[in-house]
Structures are given as structure tokens and as C-alpha cells.
Design a binder for this molecule. Structure first.
Ligand code: GRF
Length: 218
């Protein structure tokens, strides 16, 4: 990386140095995006964050991208007449970056099958529970409601079903007697910020091999 380069900013050299090209999709506060950016700036991931794509104008993830010099594309869901039209524009914006890896970091929409198929084996998500338990929205609330004693987070490849793709990394946290949704979410988020950059790092080192439902870490 060139001296003095702002972390994450794409330059011509990034097309030639063998680094993986990563794009991040986010809709909200972007704390996982930040954890990944921090890992990039420490030099611990052999990759470059070439773009943030967001469906929510003004979300804090965009601010984080700007602060780190990462280019941003906003594909505002509300500006399109249909989900099909939105997804077409989103797919175009994604393909334009020629990414090696697409990282969903709090992207709050279900990706259509065209996009999922276009990035098969190159699309990762993080979920705030131990999949296959508690998929879907408000996982931490579901966990508290069910009364389980252990939860955690899961990084997985994305397939056509919701929260169902091959699991890359998981981390457990205890569910404590006095936990509410916020306390548990905070404990899980702390671990998300560790395992998501780790999964991206493993991908960038070509150390993730998908064999059926199993992801082998080489
Ligand atoms: C995280 O809890 C993640 O597991 C889920 O959405 C949340 C995003 O948080 N997919 P942030 O935007 O990364 O702070």
C-alpha cells in the first residue's frame, strides 16, 4: 500500500497488487463495517474496501465510509418503482466494482436470487444468533423470549434461503438471567466485531473452502 494512503481508498495500484476487492452493503449504524475497516487499516487483511453500497441515504455507515475515504454508492430503495427495479440497479452498482467478496454488514433487506446467484461463494453475512437457531429479524429478542442459556453470532455465506448458507465462523456468549434484548445484543455485538473481520481475513487469504454445507478453514 502506498505511504500516506487513506485507509480503504481505491487507487489504480489496488487493481494490480493481488489484494481482494471487497464491497460492503450496509443500511444502518455500520459498526461491523467499522470493525472491518479497522482491520484493514491495521493491515491485518490482505484486501481493499473498494466501496460501500447503501440503500439508506444518510445512514451512519455512509459517514463511516466518508471518514475512512471509502467511496460510497447510494441505491435508495424508495427511489425505485419496484423491488425488481431496485435490485437491478443494486446488482449493477455491485458488479461495477468487480468485487471478489461482498460483505453484508447490517444490510436490512433480503437480497433477491439474481444477486445471490451472481455472487455465489462470494457473499457473506453476519447474524446475531447461533444459526440455524433463531434466523430472521430480532434474533436477540427471539433468544430472550425462548429462554435459551447460550447464544452468539454466526458468519455465513449467503444462499437463496434466509440465514441458511454454509457457516464460516461462530462465537458463543452466555445469556444471563437479567439480560434484556439490549444487554444481550451488546454482548453479541462485541463478538461480531471480532469474528467478522476474521472471516474476511480468511477469505482474503483463500483459506475458506465450501464443501456442501461445510466451510473448511484451510
Ligand atoms: C448486527 O447485529 C448484525 O448481526 C445484523 O445487523 C446488525 C448490524 O449492526 N445483521 P451494525 O450496523 O453492523 O452496527
Amino acid at each position: 500500500m502506498k505511504r500516506g494512503k487513506i485507509s480503504g481508498l481505491l487507487e489504480d495500484e489496488d487493481f494490480q497488487d493481488g489484494k481482494k476487492r471487497i464491497i460492503v452493503l450496509a443500511s444502518g449504524r455500520g459498526s461491523n463495517f467499522q470493525a472491518i475497516l479497522d482491520a484493514f487499516s491495521k493491515g491485518s487483511i490482505f484486501g481493499t474496501c473498494v466501496r460501500l453500497v447503501s440503500d439508506v441515504p444518510g445512514c451512519y455507515a455512509i459517514e463511516r465510509a466518508k471518514l475512512s475515504g471509502v467511496p460510497v454508492t447510494v441505491v435508495d430503495y424508495r427511489a425505485f418503482p419496484s423491488k425488481v427495479a431496485y435490485e437491478k440497479a443494486l446488482l449493477f452498482a455491485m458488479k461495477e466494482c468487480s468485487p471478489d467478496l461482498v460483505v453484508l454488514a447490517g444490510y436490512m433487506r433480503i437480497l433477491g436470487n439474481d444477486i445471490v446467484r451472481s455472487f455465489h461463494g462470494k457473499l457473506m453475512n453476519i447474524h446475531p444468533a447461533l444459526l440455524p437457531s433463531f434466523p430472521g429479524l430480532h434474533a436477540q429478542r427471539q433468544v430472550i423470549g425462548y429462554g435459551v442459556k447460550v447464544s452468539g453470532c454466526t458468519v455465513h455465506f449467503v444462499d437463496e434461503e434466509m440465514d441458511s448458507g454454509p457457516i464460516i465462523l461462530q462465537k458463543c456468549v452466555p445469556v444471563l438471567p437479567d439480560d434484556d434484548e439490549d444487554l444481550l445484543s451488546e454482548r453479541i455485538l462485541h463478538e461480531e466485531h471480532r469474528i467478522y473481520p476474521e472471516a474476511v481475513k480468511l477469505f482474503c487469504e483463500d483459506r475458506l473452502k465450501i464443501e456442501g454445507r461445510t466451510v473448511r478453514v484451510l
